[in-house]
Design a protein around this ligand. Structure first.
Ligand code: SF4
Length: 399
């Protein structure tokens, strides 16, 4: 199997153990200084009735990801003209509403990205000012790659802009310390899984110039690590909600199929694809079989941009627990979207990427770690059994 950017199974079988260790380290390091700000931020959220209070891990991840992306993109954002950012955002919004226009809009966005928005280079971050924060968020928004993160960052930016300069400086220093620890540990624990990211960027990324996925395919190694950490933190934060869901749907990407669109016999409707089991050694068919035996549904999402439509149509209401499968770069967006719709969720990263849209001309069928899937199913089963026995006990006792 060819490793294009990342691979969770090539070197060892310890990825999930290591990502859990990294999450513990990051949470520990936040206790020294950032914890205070997370409590203040939570109060700010409550006071302004912005959302139902989220967990410590989720707010920590908001702050951490804001700063990691700030280090990565704030300088490019500061130096990009306003009009291409505006135009790219406008076109993205039109494309989201009218899917049929994608084939006309994407090439224009590819030109805007390559000519104005993105450079395959590393710069020091911009000065941390209100105007640069606004430019940074608008730039992220224009790329379309950070749709959900942008919503989180707008809230955080309003909070930060309201702090006294001295408090803002302390916050920057404290979160900087967490990032230092994250950087040191991620190299140590995760770089073995992402060895090819730098190679891909230096040798292959040029093939994506003038295309809409130029920014997506050029995402840096630190962003893979950040997303992996985010997935672990979200899985922890969403556990109790997922474990009391009424049913489970496993949402898998089309790149897990053995065959492409030409040979896959799956039944399509407007929003998702249901496997028709045309080939017993197809990864999706195997999951479908497991789902029938163990009581969960499997749905194929054609592309990550179809995720929202699927969620709004099928999953809202009914307390359906969703296990989303995607490559790390798409996991956070999906996880945040599920959370914003109050859908109980878990996520599993693909073991490697290989989709025909971005990574490989022919497409490499992708796969997931079955032990991780079994772990989530087992935890939920235990949660449901516990809930049922508590309810029976309450009925018996007449509560
Ligand atoms: S087994 Fe299912 S998902 Fe796989 S190629 Fe056949 S119909 Fe498509």
């Amino acid at each position: 199997m060819k490793t294009i950017t990342y691979n969770l199974i090539e070197n060892d079988n310890l990825y999930f153990e290591k990502i859990s260790r990294l999450a513990d380290e990051v949470i520990d390091s936040s206790r020294l200084g950032v914890e205070r700000y997370i409590h203040l931020y939570t109060k700010y959220i409550d006071k302004n009735r912005i959302e139902e209070e989220r967990s410590y891990e989720e707010y920590l991840f908001d702050m951490l990801s804001f700063c990691v992306y700030w280090k990565t993109y704030s300088k490019i954002a500061e130096e990009t003209f306003v009009w291409p950012v505006y135009l790219a955002r406008k076109l993205y919004n039109i494309r989201q509403k009218r899917k049929g226009l994608k084939k006309y809009i994407d090439p224009v966005r590819g030109v805007l990205f390559t000519a104005f928005l993105y450079e395959n280079a590393v710069y020091p971050p911009a000065e941390f000012s209100e105007i640069n924060i606004a430019k940074f968020i608008n730039w992220l928004d224009a790329t379309g790659e950070f749709r959900e993160e942008v919503k989180r960052f707008r809230v955080l930016a309003d909070y930060l802009n309201g702090l006294e300069i001295s408090a803002k400086r302390v916050w920057v220093n404290e979160i900087g310390r967490v990032i230092e620890r994250f950087d040191a540990q991620r190299e140590n624990l995760l770089s073995a899984y992402t060895q090819n990211v730098k190679k891909f960027i230096s040798e292959e990324l040029d093939r994506h110039r003038w295309k809409e996925d130029y920014i997506f395919c050029g995402r840096k190694e630190v962003e893979y690590h950040l997303s992996m950490l985010g997935a672990e933190l979200m899985n922890r934060a969403y556990s109790s909600m997922f474990n009391s869901s009424n049913s489970v749907t496993l949402l898998v990407p089309a790149c897990m199929r053995k065959f492409g669109d030409d040979r896959c016999r799956a039944d399509r409707n407007a929003f998702d694809i249901k496997c028709a089991d045309c080939s017993s050694d197809c990864g999706v068919s195997m999951l479908n079989k497991k789902g029938k035996e163990e009581g969960f549904n499997v749905s194929i999402i054609p592309h990550s941009s179809d995720f929202t439509t699927w969620l709004k149509t099928w999953a809202v209401g009914g307390n359906i627990g969703v296990i989303g499968v995607a490559c790390p770069l798409n996991l956070i967006l999906g996880g945040l979207e599920l959370k914003s719709l109050n859908i109980p969720a878990k996520c599993i990263p693909l073991n490697y990427c290989g989709c025909v849209n971005h990574w490989d001309k022919k497409g490499i069928p992708t796969e997931i770690n079955m032990a991780e899937l079994n772990k989530f199913l087992k935890e939920r089963k235990t949660g449901i059994e516990k809930k049922t026995s508590q309810e029976s006990y309450s009925v018996l006792c007449g509560f």
